[in-house]
Design a protein around this ligand. Structure first.
Ligand code: HEM
Length: 167
């Protein structure tokens, strides 16, 4: 009918829930490569795909990632969970890992710098892992992260770093 609002053009991004808006820089599908290491293991290279999505009616981001051996494509670690950004700049994250670990992480985000920093509150079903920290940053359209880990034998050290691009 005359005067009715026309639908948005298809190029316009879908609306974002206000709680999720400060983390909108993370949303989308990303793909790239990373490098893993730890004092107790041989270093390795991996491919990764990461998907962060949300529905505008919910204040939560659904997160899922999978990795594979860079050389052969054979599947490696995978995990998925939910991120709940809070208006005070904190974020609550729960993650289930393909290795059987469950993690609750807490952290903070900076919408201007496009960074998120997480520390583990709780690691369940882990015989070795004591602590996990992660930092994510989006700069020049690229998503980079660093994961550090402490185990029963080793203090907090880098385990993973990766660089992903939007696909
Ligand atoms: C080794 C935890 C993510 C690949 C390990 C070890 C732990 C661990 C506890 C054994 C270290 C030791 O024995 O001293 C975690 C945690 C992760 C994570 C908590 C996520 C936060 C990943 C990812 C990959 C990966 C994403 C692959 C892309 C490996 C490999 C080893 C290893 C290849 C060495 C071989 C092995 O012992 O199975 N990780 N890891 N990890 N991790 Fe991870």
């Amino acid at each position: 009918a005359a005067g009715a609002a026309s639908p948005p053009p298809p190029t316009e991004p879908p609306p974002t829930h206000p709680a999720v808006a400060p983390l909108a820089f993370l949303l989308g599908k990303w793909r790239g490569e990373g490098e893993g290491s730890f004092p107790t293991i041989s270093s390795f290279r991996y491919g990764e795909e990461l998907l962060s999505s949300h529905h505008p009616s919910k204040p939560v981001i659904s997160y899922t990632q999978k990795t594979w051996k860079a050389a052969s494509g054979e599947p490696m670690h995978a995990e998925s969970g939910y991120w709940r950004p809070r208006p005070d700049g904190s974020v609550d994250v729960v993650i289930a890992q393909s290795t059987g670990l469950a993690k609750v992480q807490k952290g903070s985000y900076d919408a201007e710098k496009k960074t998120v920093a997480l520390q583990s509150e709780l690691v369940g079903n882990a015989s070795k892992v004591k602590q996990i920290t992660r930092t994510f940053q989006v700069a020049d359209g690229e998503l980079s992260y660093v994961v550090q880990m402490a185990t029963i034998t080793t203090s907090l050290q880098p385990h993973l770093k990766a660089l992903l691009n939007r696909i």
